[in-house]
Design a binder for this molecule. Sequence first.
Ligand code: MN3
Ligand code: MN3
Length: 315
Amino acid sequence: MIHNTINWNAIEDMVDKLTYEKLTSQFWLVTRMPVSKDIADWSKLPKKEKRLVERVFGGLAKLDTLQSEEGLESLKKSVKTKHELAVYNNIQFMESEHARAYSSIFSTLNTAQEIREIFNWTDNNEFLLKKVEIINDIYLNGSPLQRKVASVFLESFLFYSGFYTPLYYLGNSKLINVAEVIKLILRDESVHGTYIGYKFQQGFKELTEDEQSNIKNWAYELLYKLYENEVKYTELLYDELGWTEDVKVFLRYNGNKALMNLGFSPLFSDTADDVNPIVINGLSTGTTNHDFFSSVGNGYLLSEVEDMKDEDYSY
Ligand code: MN3
Ligand code: MN3
């Protein structure tokens, strides 16, 4: 494969091309985002809410670190087309930018001492370490399809215990510039989860019935194992503020979306109607295209590629 030149005029899978175009059309850099406009809001937040935001962002930065390092490396080992590899290269770079975005937010809102404490917390929190260990073990030792399942669960499920917080503030018109960064990240993750899920479905179709039911059961068990850990992580972060039950609904809603990206049926009974409307509102306004591409799986019925709009960067 290495000896052939990549030819974008001979596309084997149109989804590769459309995804590459979608991802590059929504390219952004955190250094262009006016996070410092939120300093006044930040200074008014109660101390325990500041600690929540810091930990939540620290946890998200850890997951982006995992994706930018082992995650995409593991996916790149089993590509079917050169264009798929090119898409993963794009995703891998953006994961590095996502991780950098959290550091940029910290450097705007936090002192050097606080930043050290945040990173110390993320490198020692047992629930955070556990989810990284579960996912990374699959990246290192799983089959190509198992690695895609783990990646979709990270992209479409594990981020949401953290995304809840900035979306909640956005819905309450607080920290809106920080939230704008998070929404750009979320918009990327939405495409990542859908694309990797689509590649999973392509491989799944080639399996025998027995193999299909094996990996399907394995995926449900994995999601449930991750969910149990997310519940504990959520309780640790949110109990003090009384938001835990609300966050758990959001987790289950996104767990179902992750399964949908794999072509599987929902595990939980929660739907969008059950999620706190303030948070759903934050999800749906402005730049986020959360449902991009949800029709992929039956041929090339894609949503049209959106052009960047002025409001994608509100200076
Ligand atoms: Mn990311
Ligand atoms: Mn991603």
